[in-house]
Write a protein that binds this ligand. Sequence first.
Ligand SMILES: [Zn+2]
Length: 274
Amino acid sequence: MLPFNTIEEATTFLGRNLTVPETLWFNYSAQKSDFYLYCHNILFLFLIFTFVPLPLVFFETMRSLGFLKYKIQPKVKTSLSEMFRCYKDVMRMFVLLVGPLQLSSYPSIKMVGIRTGLPLPSMWEILAQLTVYFMIEDYTNYWIHRFLHGKWGYENIHRVHHVYSAPIGFAAPYAHWLEVLILGIPTFLGPAIVPGHMITFWLWIALRQIEAIETHNMISPGLPQNISHFTVVQITMITTIMLDNKARAILLRCLLIAIISMALTRATATIRRS
Ligand SMILES: [Zn+2]
């Protein structure tokens, strides 16, 4: 909820006119509680996990249209009913676990300082924070996933996620309840270290889930995935550092974490290959 009743009050507070996005944000959020705004994430998660995997379902079911040559495991066929069962299981887990978790984690959002007010962050500030969130998540998730592939972790927790031996989009969040809880940590860690605006947080939750679905797609367009991933991250970093002072400050604060993260991730990947 914004501490202003009118746009004039907001204009006086900022010492300038509101931008178009800020006016839209004022009109939308001024009378809504921060808790209500935070709960939007539940709706975003539901919509994303319902609609984003649908092109992959089409891809899998329309095997006669020549998509098969792009599939990573062309001989594995997942039926429509299997995918629907997976979706139903995921939605049940959302209602029983993810929803209540979202509702009860609101105090931690307040504690780390996710804000809902004006002014809105610049596009570059949002981009810088999202880049850092992705890097921190990527690194932390790698280590947790690695732990889950150990004997104890796999047998007791992670095997549920690998029930679908060929990746399907709907199976991205299909996992043991404990894994769902544990993997909330990497998602939350970035915003906890570099807290931003609620809009940035919404974007982060949405993009993180889309990335998870993309990771579990069953197609390979021929690009080496690790190269394309790092190129996108690096281009984003360089652009934001060049263009915006606040973005540069945020990125510099996290550069050390990012460098150590990438160095350790690459080093451990090398050890694993050798
Ligand atoms: Zn795994």
